[in-house]
Design a protein around this ligand. Structure first.
Ligand code: M6R
Length: 360
């Protein structure tokens, strides 16, 4: 069942080019430069969006919320378990989106139900046909990642991000909010994503890089903008399967507290692509940690001058800024996987964790 891989997690990481092709199939029309999502043919463009999710799916929600905001639609991601403690107000044109791979996460279902009680229109973004979220929500979009066995979510996260792009293009396509230029550039980037992800997997040096960082005190992950959810997800995956202390931070927040933890015993994984102002700021943050002798592993593309500063780099090909997080995240999946494998951890069934969390 593992198709020659030692773990389902490895198999599922390697399945991502195929699962992304499956996610995008029939939904992206290169000739017309448009996106169509059959499941959403009868949904109106929302005036505002709230997203609820847990864990890895919450990191996807953070990413998707940013995409909506970039299209001028107010959007906020909430941890589902917190959302129910103080649901954000919404009006009749708002859409409540629940992102849940399994469609069975109790916290997410509660948040969706609470919103429905208040009259919200709901959309489930899920991998499982006929799941509770799919049945209970007004609308459903399937991420089509195929079954995921490993407790650590990998291919479903990539497909959540890809689906998020489709959703935003579809739901923001009508009216004045359409950003047609960005759509035009996005479509070829989506088309190239499966092959680029394959090349990331084929050429990754994550296995040898982790050899340099065994037995350190803690592992920090930083990123800015769309790379912040990747940093948070990189840390979650790492702690989940290595049992080492790992934290993800917005790069700009380091100096507001976490920097006190940084030493030569705390490697920093920094996600930084492109050569814009955002990348420059993250490079400044990298210099701050290097001044404290922390080793830096940069996940980066050819454009960034971060390679001049980093101790090691994990390379991704250049792409649209919205797609780079998917490629960068794959490098961090491989970092977590190879570190956990090196430490002989129970990768597919990490201690204390379940694939689907059906209690609140
Ligand atoms: O099935 P869901 O997407 O609702 O699951 C939510 C989280 O429990 C899940 O993403 C969890 O954080 C991952 N398995 C971690 O790898």
């Amino acid at each position: 069942a593992k198709s020659g891989y030692n773990h389902f997690m490895a198999k599922e990481i390697h399945e991502q080019p195929a699962s992304l092709r499956q996610c995008l199939r029939g939904r992206v029309n290169e000739l017309s430069g448009s996106v169509s999502v059959e499941e959403l043919s009868d949904i109106d463009s929302p005036e505002s969006v709230q997203l609820v999710a847990c864990g890895t799916s919450y990191h996807a929600a953070l990413y998707v919320a940013r995409l909506f905001r970039a299209h001028g639609v107010p959007a906020q991601a909430h941890l589902a378990s917190e959302y129910v403690t103080a649901p954000a107000p919404f009006d009749s044109d708002s859409l409540l989106i629940g992102i849940t791979q399994s469609g069975e996460t109790a916290d997410t279902l509660s948040a969706l139900r609470e919103a429905q009680r208040r009259g919200a229109s709901t959309l489930a973004v899920t991998n499982v046909v006929g799941s509770t979220a799919a049945r209970e929500c007004d609308h459903v979009v399937y991420i089509r990642a195929g079954p995921e066995i490993g407790v650590a979510a990998t291919k479903t996260f990539s497909s959540q991000l890809a689906t998020g792009n489709l959703l935003v293009e579809k739901l923001c396509a009508s009216g004045t909010k359409r950003t047609s230029e960005s759509t035009r550039e996005l479509i070829p980037a989506l088309r190239d994503l499966p092959n680029q992800l394959q090349s990331v997997i084929d050429n990754s040096t994550a296995k040898s890089v982790v050899e340099e960082y065994l037995d350190y005190d803690a592992y920090f992950f930083i990123g800015r903008g769309l790379h912040r959810p990747v940093a948070l997800e990189g840390a979650l995956k790492f702690k989940e399967i290595t049992y080492e202390h790992a934290e993800g931070f917005a790069a700009g927040e380091l100096k507001h507290g976490p920097l006190a933890l940084v030493t030569q015993r705390t490697p920093i994984f920094a996600v930084v692509t492109g050569d814009g102002e955002r990348a420059q700021k993250t490079i400044s943050n990298i210099k701050e940690v290097q001044a404290r002798d922390a080793p830096v592993v940069a996940v980066t593309d050819g454009q960034s001058e971060v390679r001049r500063y980093a101790n090691h780099t994990l390379e991704i090909p250049q792409t649209h800024p919205r797609i780079a997080p998917v490629l960068a995240n794959t490098q961090l999946q491989l970092v977590a996987y190879h570190m956990a494998d090196r430490m002989n951890r129970s990768i597919d069934k990490p201690r204390n964790l379940a694939k689907s969390v059906t209690v609140e």
